[in-house]
Design a binder for this molecule. Structure first.
Ligand SMILES: O=C(O)CCC(=O)C(=O)O
Ligand SMILES: [Fe+2]
Length: 287
């Protein structure tokens, strides 16, 4: 079997074929890691993994880590989280919506996520696509004046913080007191440098999970205006890829240091069931 890597998107995303991730040689694992750095999102179809094999695969991309929200971790392999919109005996099987707004995983924790990977178990005929955005292209293509205004700046982020406490997805409604205590505010650079490739990315997100509180050293209005400008730019700039899940046994893996993503599971009708396993690896403090 020869491993082949084919670019699917304009600036990022590739399909990897000719590989069985359950039995990879060291040189194949190295080539896969290089493809991940080069293409930022990888799609690997036709795999046949059980939960421990998938957890083990995650270790190729760093130290696998439990999600800070604990209710849908796999009982035997808690580094594996279950994403699902199906129910069993009236109870949800997994996290129904892991993030409908653009975000980068764990960007709100001191050490953010490096890789996240999903493994499809059950896929509906239609819908449930995952969208990706290339944060390096967004930085590179940014108008010079906006680039100059964000260079060297930082912002404060806190998990599911929002000005609207009544929002059902706000931290006060979404997570337990213990989980709240474990998610203090953190300071983040607006422009992040990838520790392995040295490339620069825009690193701020409009999603409620990211809970952006404000830009450091600006008053509330100035900060909100600049954030609006950045988020408007991000919404219009393109540099995105829509991935349509096609079958069980597909791994989709991305680098949260230079890619943002969002789910569309909110729009799925109840009978269109979708279940995936998810593993994420612990990265460093973004700089
Ligand atoms: O379900 C999806 O399409 C993506 C979910 C997500 O944001 C995640 O797993 O980090
Ligand atoms: Fe996510």
């Amino acid at each position: 079997m020869t491993m082949n890597v084919e670019r699917l998107g304009g600036s990022f995303v590739a399909r990897v074929t000719g590989i069985d991730v359950g039995r990879m040689s060291n040189s194949e694992a190295e080539a896969l890691h290089q493809a991940y750095l080069d293409h930022k999102v990888l799609v690997i179809d036709g795999q046949d993994l059980d939960v421990p094999q998938f957890a083990k695969f995650g270790e190729l991309f760093g130290e696998t880590v439990e999600h800070p929200v604990k209710n849908f971790l796999h009982p035997d392999y808690p580094v594996v989280m279950i994403l699902s919109n199906s129910t069993r005996h009236g109870k949800p099987v997994g996290v129904k919506d892991a993030g409908s707004f653009w975000h980068s995983d764990r960007s709100y924790t001191e050490r953010s996520a490096d890789a996240t990977m999903l493994y499809s178990v059950e896929i509906p005929d239609q819908g449930g696509d995952t969208f990706f955005g290339d944060l390096e292209a967004l930085y590179d293509n940014m108008p010079d004046d906006l680039k100059a205004r964000i260079e060297g700046r930082t912002y404060v982020s806190q998990y599911r913080w929002t000005t609207n406490r009544g929002d059902p997805e706000a931290r006060w409604n979404m997570i337990t007191a213990e989980e709240r205590a474990k998610t203090p505010p953190v300071e983040r650079p607006l422009v992040r440098t990838h520790p392995e490739t040295g490339r620069k990315s825009l690193f701020v997100f409009p999603g409620v999970s990211t809970g952006v509180k404000g830009i450091v050293g600006m008053d509330a209005i100035e900060s909100a205006d600049l954030l609006d400008e950045i988020f408007d730019y991000m919404a219009d700039a393109g540099a995105t890829f829509q991935y349509k899940w096609q079958s069980p046994g597909t791994i989709v893996l991305w680098d949260n240091r230079c890619v943002m993503h969002r789910a569309t599971t909110k729009d799925l009708p109840a009978e269109a069931t979708r279940t995936l396993y998810r593993v994420s690896t612990l990265g460093g403090v973004p700089h």
